[in-house]
Design a protein around this ligand. Structure first.
Ligand SMILES: NC(=O)c1ccc[n+]([C@@H]2O[C@H](COP(=O)([O-])OP(=O)(O)OC[C@H]3O[C@@H](n4cnc5c(N)ncnc54)[C@H](O)[C@@H]3O)[C@@H](O)[C@H]2O)c1
Length: 296
């Protein structure tokens, strides 16, 4: 049976799978749309932290984004119940291919047949994890790649190769009404998204400059700010994302392009081995995040 888009989506919930750094931020943006937002995560602690984060951030987001309204957040550890009647599902679980394959296969079975199934994977095109999705279901799978909302609000939307074009146009049309997101269509399937590919090259070279003893994270951020006028530098940004996440992404690029330098990955591994994962562990390239780590 051919895939048919959800017609009555305004009345139906949005489901977020994974309540970590990105999942809770996607949930926040969806909650500014005023509808029901469900969060599914295996960890009770992560579900609770996501809810606290959204309750703290949503009033500020609504104040800034004048046309939104406060949605409701429900937490779940039961995927079948969480997926029931959802019209849109965002997956934000760890960047591991086997996990992504499993969750998309489960969602294909458990979500309504018309629900849009969107991944937030940074480095795997969604065509790589739809092997166990039914043929009809593949047309509703899409990559929607978020950055760091509510401050970095670009979202890239990319086909899985067989995504129904109507899914992409629905998302491009709907996302601006959800917390002021700014969607961009990726015109061709790509390993790495538009901004990520550019930013990965910048981060890799910054890490290489430190790995080869030429400068320090702090000086590189400072020179970046002085010369570009950006509000923060690459090392602050990497701390925010999580150095384990940065390493996983870089390892994936290196698998595809073995000529990439190893120094950036070695440097990240040293920080990770020392328990310095960035904001989420209280320390990373910078060591001034003790309060943020408690909330993370
Ligand atoms: N961190 C970023 O800045 C960023 C940016 C863009 C995209 N992404 C992508 O978003 C995804 C999530 O990254 P993150 O940084 O939020 O990770 P994270 O480690 O902060 O969070 C992952 C969450 O998933 C939960 N989880 C693990 N397995 C699960 C399962 N099977 N079912 C339900 N929940 C499960 C964990 O408990 C955790 O709360 C990755 O694919 C990553 O590449 C991350």
């Amino acid at each position: 049976m051919a895939y048919t888009q959800p017609a009555d989506y305004q009345q139906r919930p949005i489901l977020i799978i994974g309540a970590g750094t990105l999942g809770r931020r996607i949930a926040l943006m969806m909650a500014a749309g005023g509808g029901e937002v469900r969060i599914f995560d295996l960890s009770e602690e992560q579900r609770g932290k996501a809810k606290d984060f959204i309750e703290e951030q949503l009033p500020k987001l609504l104040e800034k984004f004048k046309t939104g309204s406060k949605g409701t957040i429900t937490l779940s550890d039961d995927l079948a119940k969480a997926a029931a009647n959802a019209w849109l599902v965002f997956e934000a679980i760890p960047e591991k291919l086997d996990l992504k394959k499993k969750i998309f296969s489960d969602l294909d079975r458990l979500a309504p047949a018309d629900a849009i199934l969107a991944s937030n994977s940074s480095s795997f095109p969604s065509s790589q994890f739809i092997d166990h999705v039914s043929d009809a279901g593949k047309a509703r799978v899409v990559n929607t790649h978020f950055y760091m909302p509510p401050t970095q609000n670009a979202v890239e939307v990319m086909s899985c190769g067989v995504t129904d074009p109507a899914v992409i146009s629905t998302l491009i049309k709907t996302l601006p009404s959800l917390g002021g997101l700014v969607p961009f269509e990726v015109h061709k399937e790509s390993v790495g998204f538009i901004f990520n590919r550019v930013w990965a090259a910048i981060k890799r070279e910054c890490l290489n400059v430190v790995a080869t003893g030429v400068s320090t994270p702090q000086d590189i951020d400072k020179i970046f700010l002085v010369n570009t006028g950006a509000p923060f530098g690459p090392f602050r940004e990497m701390d925010q994302v999580g150095l384990d996440v940065i390493l996983a992404i870089e390892e994936h690029y290196a698998e595809l392009t073995p000529s990439l330098p190893a120094g950036p990955r070695e440097l990240l591994k040293k920080y990770i081995a020392a328990g310095k994962l960035g904001v989420k562990s209280g320390k990373g390239f910078y060591e001034d995040y003790p309060d943020a780590a408690k909330k993370h």
